[in-house]
Unconditional design. Structure first.
Lengths: 365, 361
């Protein structure tokens, strides 16, 4: 049993409503960069709409719309139509902003290269750095709306931005969630790959095989199996979302991941729980595992993967940053919205909750 | 019971083969993961053995299928590990932010200036008193896992005196008037809030008065509560309706009104309840309601249970499908937890037998 002998990072943190947070700050003195991903999913719009209202009085507001292109998408026609519809909404919102203090940019990112190999995260980082890397220091606050980001792109961009900011510059993630269940089916996967490779951020030579794998369970079991096979870890500490709004969610996820326990013999006692809505709780759980193993194992041999929702994925990233952990992911080639219909989902975005997570900056100094 | 034995035994129940195989594989897994650790179970009498006995008492294969469907799809089982995790989550995500907000308020700091507020955190934390409201409060776990909390500010049970705790605080700070600014009353579960706070009519005066464990806690620690600016009832698990009810009733208690709030890491939505009025057009839930009606007998009630509206759909008609690792709440459907005496007629066998803290008269 580990006692928390001292204050750990994120012992305190800010996770609150986007509007509540900015209403309590003097935005007139802030220079804000707001980055968001554009996609077929209409949940990419609510945070931008709110930002246009709440942040419009900022000393400076720059927005960057990242458009992800995926020629391997089996559902290309439908998804492109959805993306165009989202774009119309985005354009309409940005036209209403004060041009003197406002600037808007677009950046297109191809997820797969011409041979069909997934390299979108690398492409995003290099293109973003080329376009905006030199100006990041000009901002007091960088806000990244992760609502429509594929996980690997979200990890890559947040990591690059976090590395480039000074300790007193603030980095926030924002997530829009709707009050209806959303089922998006994934089809076809890239090969598993490291978004943050072993040894790339800290100690360790990066050449050794992983010993420990910490997956956040959820989503497709195919992804779980593929990453497990790729890593062949010696020990697995699965993290299960609990507590969650639906109290049975964790049980459903464990049941779906039965192979992990029955075929790969991961003991149930290795399971850890972390709240499905609080990434800082996930961070804390991963921190506990790392602290227990750190004295006899280099952190580059402990690999983390998020197979679950975006909020939990954010917690994995925080742990990777603070403990120099490699992150292994897998990228779906096709997304298809199963339910509700796009029109119903778009209507639901009118009631979206937009949550802000303060990841780094002045509060933690 | 292993899967092979279970398949052979359960095949006598007249259930459809494919459904039974799928259900047993799933439930045998869940038994290993969680259900076998129910504290009322013993070797050779764990989940699958209880499930078999429980299913045999339903007359028809259709009733057994409905019961099996209920177990697979509706039961919410909170394991000991999950409960311990709720205790941790409560501290980090609900108690720490309340303390920081108090510092912001007292120090006139701007909202979210947590970095600045944290400089005073240990001073404020030491002036919080944590009190166990029941033996399910996991107060030992709460204290052991939160080393920042001193042993001299955690009272295992509310009926013990806190006099030494105040003395220790004052000796430590050298301030004879030092006091706890917040009291956190910690409990594992509330389904209706009735045990915590209720309105009773005084038989002598006919006046309505508040009673329950929150009132008793106040009587035991009057000086501390009166001197504190905040009092938080902390429930690891609670129904939404219980929280609303207790919040509302606490406003009628002069000593709590201005300082009371409820913290709860796992709030169960009222929609999980299975009662005749709540099932609507859901055919699988209607089948559970039908089971609760068909196998219920008036002799299952006692004086106390009748007073609470009967057990058919759980105490207070909450219809909960909830099982806690240490006991099954009486707010849950009786088919989960109720057992008759050996000589009673008709007989009923529970799936998760309950130890009753509230003894029958």
């Amino acid at each position: 049993m580990v006692k928390h002998s001292s204050v750990t990072p994120y012992y305190y943190h800010v996770q609150t409503e986007f509007e509540r947070f900015w209403s309590a700050r003097h935005v007139q003195t802030r220079r804000i960069l707001f980055i968001f991903g554009l996609g077929f999913d209409p949940r990419c719009v609510p945070a931008f709409r709110l930002a246009a209202r709440v942040l419009s009085n900022a000393e400076r507001l720059n927005t960057v719309c990242l458009r992800f292109k995926n020629p391997l998408d089996d559902n290309l026609a439908e998804n492109t139509e959805g993306t165009h519809d989202s774009l119309k909404d985005i354009d309409q919102i940005s036209w209403g902003l004060n041009a003197a203090k406002y600037h808007h940019d677009h950046l297109e990112v191809n997820l797969f290269d011409s041979k069909g190999t997934y390299d979108g995260h690398k492409k995003l980082v290099s293109d973003f750095t080329a376009e905006f890397g030199n100006t990041l220091r000009d901002y007091t606050d960088v806000v990244i709306d992760i609502s429509a980001f594929p996980r690997s792109l979200m990890y890559a961009l947040l990591t690059r931005v976090q590395e480039q900011l000074t300790p007193m510059q603030n980095l926030f993630a924002v997530l829009s969630e709707v009050p209806v269940p959303v089922d998006i089916r994934e089809q076809g996967y890239s090969d598993p790959h490291y978004i943050i490779p072993p040894g790339s951020r800290g100690d360790g030579d990066g050449g050794r095989e992983p010993m420990i794998w910490i997956p956040i369970l959820g989503g497709s079991t195919e992804r779980l199996h593929n990453i497990y096979t790729y890593l062949s870890p010696k020990e697995v500490f699965p993290i299960v979302p609990f507590p969650t709004q639906d109290p049975r969610t964790g049980d459903h996820i464990v049941l779906r991941s039965r192979k992990l326990f029955d075929d790969w013999h991961v003991p149930f006692s290795n399971i850890m729980y972390a709240c499905g809505d609080v990434p800082f709780d996930i961070y804390r759980k991963i921190h506990d595992i790392v602290e227990r193993y750190r004295s006899f194992m280099s952190t580059d041999r402990m690999v983390v993967s998020a197979l679950s929702g975006r909020s939990l994925s954010l917690g994995v990233l925080l742990a990777a940053w603070l403990h120099n952990l490699p992150v292994c992911q897998i990228q779906p080639k096709t997304y298809k919205l199963i339910s509700p219909s796009r029109d119903d989902l778009k209507r639901a975005t009118a009631r979206a909750n937009v949550t802000l997570y303060w990841l780094s900056g002045e509060i933690y100094q | 019971m292993n899967l092979e034995v279970a398949k052979s035994l359960f095949s006598k129940l007249g259930l459809r083969g494919a459904l039974l195989d799928e259900a047993l594989e799933e439930l045998e897994f869940m038994a290993r993961y969680k259900y076998d650790h129910y504290e009322m179970y013993a070797p050779a009498g764990r989940f699958l053995e209880h499930l078999y006995r429980w299913l045999t008492q339903f007359d028809t294969p259709a009733d057994r299928e409905a019961a099996l469907h209920f177990v697979r799809n509706d039961i919410i089982f909170i394991s000991q590990r999950e409960m311990q995790d709720l205790a941790r989550f409560l501290y980090y995500e609900q108690i720490v932010p309340r303390i920081l907000d108090k510092i912001l308020e007292d120090s006139h700091l701007p909202p979210f200036a947590y970095g600045e507020a944290f400089k005073k955190f240990s001073h404020y934390l030491r002036r919080c008193l944590f009190v166990g409201l029941s033996d399910g409060a996991k107060i030992d776990f709460f204290r052991r896992h939160n080393i920042d909390v001193s042993q001299e500010q955690v009272l295992p049970y509310y009926r013990t005196s806190a006099k030494d705790y105040i003395k220790a605080l004052r000796e430590e700070s050298g301030d004879e008037s030092d006091k706890f600014w917040a009291v956190f009353l910690i409990d594992d579960f509330t389904g209706s809030g009735y045990t915590l706070l209720r309105q009773d009519v005084d038989p002598d005066t006919d006046q309505v008065r508040l009673s329950g464990s929150l009132e008793r806690a106040y009587e035991e620690h009057k000086n501390i509560v009166d001197g504190a600016s905040s009092l938080f009832l902390c429930e690891y698990v609670a129904t939404h309706s219980a929280i609303s009810r207790v919040r509302s009733l606490a406003q009628n208690a002069r000593h709590y009104a201005s300082k009371f709030d409820v913290l709860c890491p796992l709030v169960l939505p009222d929609e999980i309840g299975i009662t005749p009025s709540a099932v609507g057009h859901d055919s699988t839930k209607s089948a559970i309601v039908a089971l609760c009606e068909k196998y219920y007998d008036d002799t299952f009630e006692t004086y106390n249970t009748r007073k609470g509206g009967g057990i058919q759909f759980g105490y207070g008609r909450h219809g909960l499908p909830l099982v806690l690792y240490s006991n099954t709440p009486n707010n849950s459907l009786y088919i989960l937890w109720f057992s008759t005496r050996p000589d009673a007629q008709p007989q009923f066998t529970p799936l998760f037998a309950r130890i009753d803290r509230h003894k029958a008269l």
